[in-house]
Design a binder for this molecule. Structure first.
Ligand SMILES: [Zn+2]
Length: 221
């Protein structure tokens, strides 16, 4: 069975030779399906939004490979990394740009709990929208909403997808156990729901930043 945290590339191909760093010291994340790590939408690769440091690429590839050992067929989906030139910040992000950040899709199931092969409803936001909002009684990080363009509405309650908590939690666990990962931005209610409340590498990005219950942001050293 093929399960995914969301990826545009599904046909494995022979691994290409890893690309060496460019003038900014950055390398592209793999777009060819040779490892279980792929863009949520092709445009992240086509528009050169997938550049990272070599260490970040290695760490992400290792994390995805490790996750696929536990969940065969899974593919970790990425959205924005940095541009090829290494300019900070990398719009529309408040950060990104120097290759030490990447946004990863969460993992999803259908309403029956079956893993979805792709991130749901990527048309408008390219993978950034399918949020898992707080349940009644869970922490609400920004009760007044978020500032300006950081505000994004919750998906409808009758949405045809659900967060795949087991796989998403496993992905977060693998990332925070990696010494190359500096921190992971995640909404407080998910940090708590995953039983990881207070972990030194898990952070709330603040109400001026985008919500992080529709994706996670990973910072690398
Ligand atoms: Zn980010």
């Amino acid at each position: 069975m093929f399960a995914a945290c969301g990826a545009a590339t599904k046909r494995p191909s022979a691994p290409g030779a890893p690309t060496g760093p460019n003038a900014a010291g950055l390398v592209p994340l793999p777009c060819d399906g040779s490892v279980p790590l792929a863009p949520v939408k092709r445009r992240y690769c086509d528009r050169d939004r997938h550049y990272v440091t070599p260490a970040a690429r290695d760490a992400l590839t290792d994390a995805a490979t490790r996750l696929a050992k536990d969940f065969p067929g899974i593919v970790v989906g990425f959205m924005d990394g940095s541009g090829s030139e290494g300019i900070v910040p990398f719009p529309p992000h408040l950060s990104h740009g120097d290759g030490r950040q990447v946004d990863l899709a969460l993992c999803y199931t259908d309403t029956q709990g079956r893993p979805l092969a792709e991130v749901p409803d990527t048309r408008k936001w390219g993978g950034y929208w399918p949020a898992e909002p707080p349940r009644p009684g869970e922490r609400i990080a920004c009760p007044q909403g978020r500032e300006g363009r950081a505000h994004k509405p919750d998906p409808p309650a009758n949405r045809p997808w659900r967060l795949d908590e087991e796989r998403t939690r496993a992905m977060v666990m693998i990332l925070i156990a990696d010494p190359r990962v500096r921190r992971v931005m995640i909404e407080p209610h998910l940090e708590e729901r995953f039983g990881l409340w207070g972990h030194s590498k898990l952070r709330f990005a603040g109400c001026q930043a985008a919500r992080h219950d529709d994706h996670i942001h990973v910072d690398f050293y």
